[in-house]
Design a protein around this ligand. Structure first.
Ligand code: GLN
Length: 275
């Protein structure tokens, strides 16, 4: 089949499956099925349908593009993805922006902790920016910790990163300059309303924040007095409409807070410090 026809056919099937940017995704899927980039696709005259049919069927079932491709960019760095963890999202980059504002001297951060590290994207982006820091990523899922370790190797950061499996901070007894977390924060009853890509494919344990969406924040807040160095900052991702509630939790635990918005203007990162 001519490549231009294939783009049209794949885009039409993706549009019928309810996908928002069908032509863009069609080009990405076709290029990936040939093992080439976008420029490589333009140079092909023909493409065999048998090559792209499996990728197309997966995307029509609303499997996320990042799981099909096996990678996703975050903070300009390339991460392996797997269904064991949440796919890195642009909103989460707000936490790294906040960390750079809090610690303008890049050499002042010696230790970083990422609670619920998943793919490792937050920890590894932080280690990339803070060249003197050593980081620890904790996840309840062994598969997630292994993926994060693979990402550390891929990015050349494995000498400054350690990953362990554990239930939040239970296994930790030291203090950290910077603590990052994108905890599960979707209220359980809202999971059914999420996009099929998220609801059917991303791990529930990385999304489901319990009845009020705040279960993980309570656990983290309880651990912060032990974990946060005296001049340290914890930066937590916030879900929609959670700013006030998570701020209350932090202030009741004796901390001060500041907020940073994402590109859409939503309060997305809560910076928590000792008073
Ligand atoms: N931002 C994700 C979503 O809305 C949720 C991530 C999370 O629960 N931490 O799909």
């Amino acid at each position: 089949m001519k490549t231009a026809e294939a783009v049209t056919l794949v885009a039409a099937r993706l549009a019928a499956a309810g996908i928002e940017e069908p032509r863009r995704e069609a080009r990405i899927l076709l290029a990936a099925s040939l093992g080439v980039d976008a420029a490589g696709l333009l140079m092909r005259d023909n493409i065999d349908e048998a090559l792209f049919a499996p990728f197309l069927a997966r995307r029509e079932s609303r499997e996320p593009l990042a799981y099909i491709l096996g990678h996703r960019e975050f903070w300009g760095l390339e991460f392996f993805t797997s269904p064991a963890t949440l796919i890195p999202r642009p909103d989460t980059e707000t936490l790294i922006e906040a960390a750079l504002t809090v610690f303008p001297n890049r050499r002042s951060v010696q230790s970083v902790l990422d609670l619920g590290t998943g793919s490792g994207c937050l920890l590894l982006a932080a280690l990339y920016e803070f060249p003197e820091a050593f980081g620890v990523g904790v996840d309840i899922s062994t598969a997630a910790a292994l993926l994060a370790r693979g990402n550390a190797k891929r990015l050349g950061l494995s000498e400054r990163a350690a990953f362990l499996t554990g239930n939040w901070a239970e296994s930790l007894g030291t203090k950290f300059d910077l603590i990052l977390s994108n905890p599960p924060y979707i209220p359980s009853a809202d999971i059914d309303g999420l996009m099929p890509e998220v609801q059917n494919f991303e791990p529930n344990s990385a999304l489901n924040g319990g009845a009020d969406g705040l279960v993980a924040y309570r656990t983290i807040m309880g651990a912060l007095p032990t974990l946060l160095a005296p001049c340290g900052s914890a930066i937590l991702e916030l879900g929609l409409s959670q700013l006030e509630k998570v701020t209350d939790l932090a202030e009741n635990a004796g901390f001060t807070t500041a907020v940073r918005a994402d590109l859409a203007g939503h309060p997305r990162a809560l910076v928590i410090r000792a008073k």
